[in-house]
Design a binder for this molecule. Structure first.
Ligand code: PLP
Length: 404
């Protein structure tokens, strides 16, 4: 059962006061707070389990290796991947996309080839492709969005050509909250023999993701947005694709044998994990995924949908309110502007009231240009937020509005 009081007690930081006011943390799209059991897992890891993994014959090294590989299985089961070989630990979403951009374009792309992205991408799903564009002469095709902030699916279908080699789009927009029609996106791409990468950074904390049901080729996310520590994330890739891709980085762990004449790369998943991995981070990530699974992702979705509905309704009642992103399927992110109050001013004044929101372009400058604005204020919710906190946000905005 979803018991908000118990859940809030799991997150000690929610007891903090900021400038003497209770913290109202509404910047979960940027990063989430950590439950005690995740922080304790890190502490326990360093106090009782710390030894470098995979190469050690001694007890601690074997224990740490087992914990790291168990964490991989937890991530496999969380995403419902067919095999744990399909789970690669990365530093986060950004590194995972860079890995695919680099390895995929090296193996499968040549000058003139195209990658389809969308107008609502985070910079981390634009810039890695632009780096490859400069290196290999590939180009980006961009799916436009509607006024409501949904993808124009007809335009999407018309972007395919003989040269399309990959579709790389976000599952959920970090600015608009739009939940994209990923099943249709994948079906359309697969009809044309094109694989799909989904950026799940803003999706996995909020909605059930089943990579086999989606039939997605690559799926990436960051631990820190789903109650896990920073510096650890997941790249899921279908085994048949990962087998074909060259390594991203070279070094220890990713090799089977090395001589100056010839190096043989390790098998999956290690081929993509050069160097000492963050084996404490991986176990803490698994702890966070178990935490979410125990509460139930469907329970979390239902609770957060109600927060989104309530916050949207209350925000809309504020004079001069403009909400960016009114998709039919929306996750709990609300970007807005009030009258002509600058987003930084709003963010700074809300901060003085203990309310943490994000302001600016949210690493989506092309989207800001499309919307004809410089930035927004963004309130993004997590499973521990409450309607009372939304009321505090509304009162705060009203106060700022009156000051202007
Ligand atoms: N993609 C989306 C949609 C995001 O919201 C973010 C972070 O805000 C990222 C990618 C980048 O994630 P990270 O900085 O954890 O690699």
């Amino acid at each position: 059962m979803f018991d908000i009081d118990t859940i809030r007690k799991d997150f000690p930081i929610l007891e903090e006061t900021i400038y003497g006011k209770p913290l109202v943390y509404l910047d979960n799209g940027a990063t989430t707070q950590k439950p005690k059991r995740v922080v304790e897992k890190i502490e326990q890891g360093y106090y009782t389990l710390n030894a470098n993994i995979h190469r050690g014959v001694h007890y601690l090294s074997q224990k740490a290796t087992e914990a790291h590989e168990e964490a991989r299985k937890t991530a496999q089961s969380f995403l419902n991947a067919k095999s744990s070989n399909e789970i690669i630990f990365t530093r986060g979403t950004t590194e995972a996309i860079n890995l695919i951009a680099s390895s995929f374009s090296e193996e499968f792309m040549e000058a003139g080839d195209e990658v389809i992205v969308s107008a609502m991408e985070h910079h981390s799903n634009i810039v890695p492709w632009q780096i490859q564009a400069a290196r290999k002469g590939i180009s980006l095709k961009v799916i436009p969005i509607t006024e409501k902030g949904e993808l124009c699916m007809d335009s999407y279908k018309s972007l395919f050509s003989e040269k399309t080699k990959l579709v790389s789009v976000t599952h959920v927009s970090n600015v608009l909250g739009t939940v994209n029609p990923v099943t249709e996106i994948i079906e359309e791409a697969h009809k044309r023999g094109v694989p799909v990468l989904l950026d799940g950074a803003q999706a996995v904390p909020h909605i059930k993701v089943d990579v086999q049901a989606l039939d997605v080729d690559f799926y990436v996310f960051s631990g820190h947005k789903i109650y896990a520590p920073t510096g650890i994330g997941i790249l899921y890739g279908k085994e048949e694709w990962l087998e074909k891709l060259p390594p991203y980085q070279g070094g220890g762990e990713m090799i089977a044998s090395v001589s100056f004449e010839k190096t043989v790369f390790n098998e999956l998943p290690f081929k993509f994990e050069a160097g000492t991995p963050d084996y404490i981070g991986s176990t803490a990530l698994a702890e966070a995924l178990n935490y979410v699974t125990n509460i139930g992702i469907d329970n979390i979705s239902a609770y957060e949908d109600e927060l989104l509905r309530y916050a949207t309704e209350r925000l809309k009642a504020i004079e001069g309110m403009r909400i960016f992103g009114e998709a039919k399927h929306k996750s709990c992110v609300i970007s807005f502007l009030v009258g002509n109050i600058h987003h930084y001013d709003m963010g700074m004044l809300l901060d003085r009231l203990g309310i943490a929101v994000r302001t600016g372009h949210h690493c989506a400058e092309p989207l800001m240009r499309e919307l004809g604005i410089e930035g927004t204020v963004r309130a993004s919710f997590a499973l521990y937020n409450t309607k009372k906190e939304i009321d505090t946000l509304i009162e705060g905005i009203e106060r700022v509005r009156k000051m202007f």
